[in-house]
Design a protein around this ligand. Sequence first.
Ligand code: KDG
Ligand code: MG
Length: 402
Amino acid sequence: MRIVDARVIVTCPGRNFVTLKIVTDEGVTGVGDATLNGRELAVAAYLTEHVIPTLIGRDPARIEDTWQYLYRGAYWRRGPVTMSAIAAVDTALWDIKGKVAGLPVYQLLGGRSREGVTVYGHANGDTVDDVLTAVASYVDLGYRAVRVQSGIPGLPVTYGVSKDKLFYEPADAAVPTEAAWSTERYLSFVPSVFARVREEFGPTLKLLHDVHHRLTPIEAARLGRGLEPYALTWMEDPVPAELQEGFRLIRQHTTTPIAVGEVFNSVWDCEQLIREQLIDYIRATVVHAGGITHLRRIFDLAALHHVRSGSHGATDLSPVCMAAALHLDLAIPNFGLQEYMRHTPATDEVFPHGYHFADGYLHPSEAPGLGVDIDEDLAAKYPYRPASLPVNRLEDGTLHNW
Ligand code: KDG
Ligand code: MG
């Protein structure tokens, strides 16, 4: 079997998605997500100009060799654009391998290690009462884990607190909008939100909170301590993670578990974090971390160091990425949690898929391959619209952490 065609499909059914479709001479096709929020066209060009010409004529069965070829062959290693492009190829090749074998991809990864993939949803609101209502609605839907984000009194907008309840779209304008941030207001308020949530929902619901890289290590340590009475499952992205050793400081001061990695694209972004057991959950994803092949490598390293998976699954990761993530989540021994922000009905229509939610779990499709596709005719009806993630400044105007 040989690859005879590969094309990049950019579509915007409510938000932008970039998808790679690989076609073989025997008519078997595979899809891979290549969406990089706010930088979509950079990955699309990387694929079209530099990757696709090297794929034509290749044997699609050689997944590892193709991965190494694209990684080593580029000379310029790593980075979100390169690794998202490699991820798209890798994911599509796993899809093809599954279809050729007549097996869902999780069977090729070693088979099922659990009955379903525990997912968490985002409960958020401008006020604590709104937050409690949002948590209740997720509990009613059957969720066993909920991420809790609240507006902060005194701040007009807070990143991660969306207007929509089941969807989440932070990329809101072609040129980034700007928001103000106050660490003092945030740190003094957040523990009180979790006190109310625990009081209302009891001790067993898994609760999570995303700090969105807003703090320094010692501030994060203080937040972690303040949240200890409410037994969070994780405190996410407490600080920007370029300085991996910075997490030691947080670790020394708090038993609140730490999750990080949604912006990571390689095992080298988290090697020290994992090896020194500075984190509890690694949140790298199929689409941004080099595909199923490389993410599996990260998860295997994590398994040696008591770190579990907690993959990013916001709406800017397409249903193709979600399908791939679920196959991996089902197979690995050290699965922790999977984020699941629902896509809009328009997105679901463009990406017909067989995974489904039931009783707090997601279940991958049993169809051969990934069990997801793209309706190219429908996709063509939603042209690309530029949209960027917002920028954050302190109240005095200083540019702050993303
Ligand atoms: O593209 C950025 C979003 O996916 C991100 O802000 C969402 O932090 C996020 C999360 O945990 O889902
Ligand atoms: Mg996050």
